[in-house]
Design a protein around this ligand. Structure first.
Ligand code: CA
Ligand code: CA
Length: 295
């Protein structure tokens, strides 16, 4: 069988008319959002995308340029930014979801990713898996504390490039659990971390891997209350690395450990805390250590 197609041959001398319909069909949005079985997938393109993802109640709204789309019933969110200098702002401060899995892939280019969680509600779970890819990337995570029995996990891979990571986390209330795994990768990276107090039966685990390059890490830690647990590990790798850390008090029956390894290269540690903290510190691989006694 043959399908005959009619060929339209333009007459000689006839001017072609503007093809508006054809232009509309060819236009495709830079950022696409698809939703299936609770999973919202936001995909950028090779250019620099600017994307806002904002939760409000059980709705999540994705905005990029003049495009806005809302979805409800999202329990899993993936943002694939691809190439280009992308900007992604995820605001989950007004979500009503109890469980949310978020995956971000920055791709190449100097990307900027910000996630704002406000206060994690009681017994809620937020899992963040962030891979910033190549390029000089910025990542910022902010919360105003974790309510009772809330769970937070962050698995960050900053990739190559000189990356700048900021964590600004509030109080870890009773029974809450936080697991922060930060892999800064190659490049001269900077990490600034502010942590609230760790309350009774709360469990905070933070592991920082500096990778190659001259890394600067800064930790402003709170108090670890009686029966609280905080285990902080800094493995700064090769390069001239800095660890500057301040620690609060450690309560009765608390489990508190700080392990710092400067790795190869001339590394410097600066510790600001009371004399009592020294019993909990395990530092190695630092060529110079400055000790300021506080409290
Ligand atoms: Ca992109
Ligand atoms: Ca990118």
């Amino acid at each position: 069988m043959f399908l005959h197609t009619e060929k339209k041959v333009a007459h000689h001398g006839q001017r072609s008319r503007p093809q508006l319909e054809a232009l509309e069909q060819r236009w495709c949005p830079a950022v696409t959002s698809t939703f299936s079985s609770g999973t919202l997938t936001v995909t950028g393109d090779a250019r620099s995308n600017n994307i806002q993802i904002v939760a409000n109640g059980d709705q999540i709204t994705v905005t990029s340029g003049r495009q806005t789309q809302s979805f409800s019933g999202v329990d899993s969110l993936t943002a694939d930014l691809r190439g280009g200098r992308d900007r992604l702002n995820i605001d989950l401060s007004s979500t009503s979801s109890q469980t949310l899995n978020v995956t971000v892939m920055g791709g190449s280019g100097n990307d900027s990713v910000i996630a704002n969680l406000n206060q994690l509600s009681a017994s809620s779970t937020v899992n963040l898996d962030v891979n910033l890819g190549a390029g000089h990337d910025r990542f910022r995570l902010q919360d105003n504390g974790m309510s009772t029995d809330a769970n937070l996990s962050l698995n960050l891979d900053a990739g190559t490039g000189n990356d700048f990571v900021t964590l600004d986390l509030g109080v870890f209330n009773q029974g809450s659990q936080a697991s922060l795994m930060l892999n800064l990768g190659a490049g001269a990276d900077r990490l600034r971390t502010t942590l609230g107090d760790v309350m009774a039966d709360a469990n905070l685990q933070m592991t920082v891997s500096g990778g190659g390059g001259n890394d600067r890490t800064n930790l402003d830690g709170g108090n670890t209350a009686a029966n609280g647990t905080a285990a902080l590990t800094f493995d700064l790798g090769t390069g001239r690395d800095y660890l500057t850390a301040r620690f609060g008090s450690v309560g009765t029956n608390a489990t508190f450990t700080v392990t710092g390894d400067g790795g190869s290269g001339r590394d410097i540690a600066r510790i600001n805390a009371s004399a009592a903290i020294d019993a909990f510190l395990q530092l190695s691989g630092f060529e110079r250590t400055f000790r300021n006694f506080q409290g």
